[in-house]
Design a protein around this ligand. Structure first.
Ligand SMILES: Nc1ncnc2c1ncn2[C@@H]1O[C@H](COP(=O)(O)OP(=O)(O)OP(=O)(O)O)[C@@H](O)[C@H]1O
Length: 117
């Protein structure tokens, strides 16, 4: 159990580092909170929204990790370093686009109904 707490502490340090250094992660976290509040207010199913929030934030953390490793091993410009960073950023983009679509499908019709449109 002590080992688990130790590992959780390291993981939390990673989340804290990313939160402090990555403006995109902070924006995504606030958007995730907004989506969750909207889902609760509009009585939309929470599971898909929660999964999308976790997906986007998790991918942003992996992107941060890839960036750190690339900067460590390849401080100079290198085509493979570019591929690694661009693909990691692409993963965040694809996940965010999917999350946006889920948000539109789950929340928009309920919002429009509430507004009488
Ligand atoms: N060592 C490198 N070699 C080649 N291209 C690089 C290298 N470092 C960065 N790049 C290119 O510059 C882009 C931006 O890299 P950068 O490290 O600034 O990340 P970023 O997209 O600004 O991420 P963030 O804003 O989340 O920190 C990368 O996507 C990649 O195309």
């Amino acid at each position: 159990m002590r080992r688990w707490w130790r590992s959780a502490g390291f993981a939390w340090a990673g989340v804290r580092h990313a939160w402090l250094t990555q403006p995109n992660l902070r924006i995504e976290a606030w958007l995730a909170l907004l989506a969750l509040v909207l889902a609760i207010c509009l009585q939309a199913p929470l599971a898909p929204i929660l999964l999308c929030c976790g997906l986007v934030l998790g991918l942003e953390l992996i992107n941060t990790a890839v960036e750190a490793v690339v900067d460590l091993v390849s401080p100079e410009q290198h085509p493979l370093a570019r591929v690694a960073k661009d693909c990691a950023a692409g993963a965040v983009l694809v996940g965010s686009a999917a999350a946006l679509l889920v948000g539109v499908v789950e929340l928009l019709p309920r919002l429009l109904r509430l507004l009488g449109l």
